[in-house]
Design a protein around this ligand. Structure first.
Ligand SMILES: Cc1cc2nc3c(=O)[nH]c(=O)nc-3n(C[C@H](O)[C@H](O)[C@H](O)COP(=O)(O)OP(=O)(O)OC[C@H]3O[C@@H](n4cnc5c(N)ncnc54)[C@H](O)[C@@H]3O)c2cc1C
Length: 404
């Protein structure tokens, strides 16, 4: 049994510095431009692919780290640079997690590398679950997948909404209902390969924050994919459906377990934004002079900064714990994954708002990045499960009761 330690190892420290340098030198200088343009920052994605940060190999190695900390570490650094660009670069990870989580080894080997493309020609992936009438309530999906036995093909119809990289991704992973009577237990995930007829982008959304990240509807009209595109395979699906029809317990819900495993990483994204705002506000408070002294000399300002730092550090410990648990097969018995995302998301909102307050008028105008960080931070209490849904997961886990 190794002694307890929170020290990062040499590899982790190097990786952290490498991503920090990229975030500082490439991402942050471009952040304001892409926020204003509200477009996918392809040149920055290409830079990330060129240095190997956006690549199958990088994610493979990061997932392989037995401490589980590599992914949260690098994610925090990238999002410290900018959350919109960060999500454009790491947004494919949710589709990758879905394929890795429910796909067969052959499917993982075939499709995960395609989610990234190559260093010369990077590609994106999208994970499409949400629909207009099925946001928090993932069990209410209307998108249908029907099996055509004669051709061994699945036929998908429906409209997904608010999908990161939706319609511009090469690989889409779509969650659809195969037996609506079974609600969430009658759902399955499908890989939709590049250029499949019938899949198109619907409306692209104009957003409050993370505006460099593309968010759009995905329309599926008679989308036909070969039987082998069903993640996990037909045999496993049929067994699962049969168990559900008999009222027997089954494995966890596919979409929910994908979200659960990715929550600590989303918490790390929020941490990056919170830390950026805290550091900026700290520097500003030491330099800005009013009433003949730096504003940090007032406890009202200094204590805000003390609280901001305390909250960020507390959130990071929750993120690291959940990431370590997930990597080492420790079950989230008290909803620890949700706790980490809940805390980090709410800390990011509070810290960025306090940072605006510390900067005063300078915090409210676009000459400084703080107002952008506050706009960006809000997404972390909404996507991949709202704060209310995280509280639902934690309260159900700690009580063992069906809290509604
Ligand atoms: C920028 C962006 C990117 C996104 N990317 C993706 C993506 O890539 N893939 C994808 O599938 N989805 C994506 N989403 C969708 C996102 O996951 C949903 O928006 C989110 O799950 C909330 O669903 P909703 O918006 O329908 O809100 P609703 O479910 O309508 O919730 C509205 C409010 O009611 C509350 N509420 C709902 N049910 C309960 C309850 N039982 N108890 C207490 N409160 C409740 C919510 O917490 C919230 O405050 C994205 C969304 C955004 C904005």
């Amino acid at each position: 049994m190794p002694e307890f330690s929170l020290d990062l190892n040499e590899d982790q420290l190097q990786l952290q510095k490498w991503v920090h340098d990229f975030a500082e030198g490439v991402v942050r200088p471009a952040a304001s431009e892409w926020d204003e343009r509200e477009e996918t920052p392809w040149p920055i994605i290409q830079e990330a692919a060129k240095i190997g940060l956006y690549s199958f190999e990088f994610f493979f190695n990061a997932f392989g780290d037995s401490s589980g900390l590599t992914l949260p570490l690098v994610t925090e650094e990238l999002f410290w640079g900018d959350a919109g660009i960060g999500l454009s670069i790491f947004g494919s990870a949710l589709a990758v997690a879905a394929i890795a989580g429910v796909g067969s080894p052959d499917q993982v080997a075939e499709w995960v590398p395609q989610c990234f493309g190559s260093a010369d020609d990077p590609q994106l992936a999208a994970y499409a679950v949400s629909e207009a009438d099925a946001g928090s309530d993932v069990s209410a999906l209307r998108t249908r997948a029907i099996y055509d036995e004669a051709s061994d093909e699945w036929v998908l119809n429906g409209t997904k909404t608010w999908i990161t990289n939706g319609g511009i991704a090469d690989v889409h992973v779509v969650v659809a209902s195969v037996d609506s009577d079974l609600r969430s237990r009658g759902q399955a995930s499908f890989v939709i390969p590049p250029n499949t007829p019938g899949l198109s982008q619907g409306s692209k959304f104009k957003k409050h924050g993370i505006r460099a990240s593309h968010t759009a509807e995905v329309v599926l009209e008679d989308v036909r994919v070969p039987g082998r595109m069903l993640l996990g395979g037909k045999e496993r699906l049929d067994e699962r459906l049969a168990r559900a029809r008999e009222g027997k317990s089954s494995h966890k819900h596919g979409a929910m377990s994908t979200f659960e495993s990715s929550r600590p990483t989303v918490g790390a994204q929020a941490l990056g934004v919170a830390r950026a705002a805290y550091e900026y506000a700290l520097d500003y408070a030491k330099e800005r002079v009013q009433f003949g002294r730096p504003i940090i000399m007032n406890q009202a300002i200094a204590f805000k900064l003390a609280d901001m730092r305390t909250e960020i550090d507390a959130a990071r410990l929750l993120v690291w714990r959940a990431a370590w648990m997930a990597r080492n097969g420790k079950p989230f018995e008290a909803g620890e994954g949700s706790m980490s995302k809940l805390k980090a998301g709410e800390v990011a909102v509070r810290v960025t708002e306090e940072a605006i307050q510390i900067l005063g008028g300078a915090g409210y105008v676009r000459e400084h990045p703080v107002e952008r960080w506050a706009r960006d931070a809000k997404i972390f209490t909404i996507f991949e499960g709202t704060s209310e849904i995280q509280r639902l997961v934690v309260s159900r886990a700690i009580s063992g009761m069906r809290i509604v």
